[in-house]
Design a protein around this ligand. Sequence first.
Ligand code: NAD
Length: 554
Amino acid sequence: MNAIPNRRIIRAPRGATLNAKSWQTEGPLRMLMNNLDSEVAERPEDLVVYGGRGRAARNWESYDRIVASLKSLELDETLLVQSGKPVGIIRTHADAPRVLIANSNLVGKWATAEVFDELERKGLMMYGQMTAGSWSYIGSQGIIGGTFETFVEAGRQHFGGELKGRWLLTAGLGGMGGAQPLAGVMAGCSVLAVEARAERIERRIESGYLDRRAGTLDEAMALIRDARRDGAPVSIGLIGNAAEVYEAILETGDLPDLVTDQTAAHDPLHGYLPAGYTIPEWERLRETNPEMITRAAKETMARQVRAMLAFKRRGVAVFDYGNNIRQMARDVGVEEAFDFPGFIAAYIRPQFCRGRTQFRWVALSGDPEDIVRSSRRLREVVKDPSFGRWIDMAEDRIRFQGLPSRSYWMGLQDRVAAGQALNEMVANGEVAAPIVVGRDHISSGSVASPNRESEGMLDGSDAVSDWPLLNALVSCASGATWVSIHHGGGTGIGYSQHAGLALVCDGTPDSARRIGRVLANDSAVAVFRHADAGYDEALATVEREGLMMPPKLE
Ligand code: NAD
């Protein structure tokens, strides 16, 4: 069965004292625990980290056995985790990953939400989402950089680079979606975010991601009008059902400039509140009548997508924010659901072609000063001229959740230089303990998701999932500390395959060698994926970065 609710309070140990036998195993141990820190996870009591029901471990027994395994694991051993359950320890070697994880994978014909739900009910699987089951989630601070980049690019494409005086309508203030209001304000526009649960609005206000709540739509619209007039962006949370509020806003005729949505629509059973139900009714019916409630959720999503299409017809820039809401609406008859684009195809793909991938770093010491010091050092080594501005903004606006960390999208050379610089800082004792580096799963070298990362590929290879599998193999061969292969993250079961990696920078020369290989090769796969698909910009990146592709034969 699913995880049993448990009131235990999980918090990663801080400081420089080991609980495991080495930093290579202490790193994944602290990151697993950090995923379930109440500052970080959305529902830690039942092991849910974010993204609908994205879990860190299958149940509490599995969690305890993973922790015990990591504490006793030797430097030539590797722990195997199958959908959140530890299933074996094998003898490997020092450069091999210490943990290998496979989450939510199903054979093609069986890769449906119904089969998955049944297997989950039987206790045989868990939904790993992307960074939940790969123990790399760091809260909304992990996605805010990507959200910011998306909004800035939307502003560049639609409004000549100026978002001042504009406003964005969205929904969902969960683990990922909660980054939208702050990212929007940082990019220069006001944000109205519709959220079904009052406590999520409060949580975002408390964590500094949301400026204020509005009691009614009228109040929210008045606040937006004031902000536009004053040119001072504001973010507002409004309690309600997204479909109903979007329809109501259409009727007012007071149209937003940008419209999207980040409810957990990828999971129609657990992730999206159908119209006409209270939260307690919804939670009860999910258990007693899952088919009916799934259908009701999809029907409401159809209403929301129809409203989004109507916004588009009236000239508003509308995009899907990676939760598969278009597919859910099409499933129940909205044929034209894909008339508005996904955010990757619309705004992000050129970044992938340039080899930009996320770089996140986490201070295992728990000391915020380690991030302050490391950010200062990275300003010196990262060549991207926008990095310093991002760190200024982050230091000003983004509060830490759980273990202190930061993230930024970097090109191949910047990622390697940043990883090496952090390792040197650990070696020189400039930080209090080792640092974990990694990334999210948003890069189409490591993600195949035909309605998201790989939507509309130039060569039609959207559904080919060899790339994330190759990516995971490359991370293993290069010596990442832990590597994971997942199915169903972001867009839901049947719609994606993706791979994650993380590295512990423990200050040793061995670590330096692994960092160089892992980060360069991970970025290279993303570039190869796009070069192979025929993107000129990716082919230029291959040249610029000196990457090796098999020679062309005459
Ligand atoms: P979450 O489960 O933590 O939060 C979803 C929120 O939506 C909840 O707060 C819920 O109350 C709210 N909600 C559900 N139905 C609603 C409705 N009808 N009206 C208003 N609010 C409603 O999920 P999350 O971690 O925030 O992720 C959101 C979605 O984004 C997921 O589908 C996830 O897979 C996807 N995602 C996006 C990215 C990205 O970069 N864009 C990355 C990863 C995941």
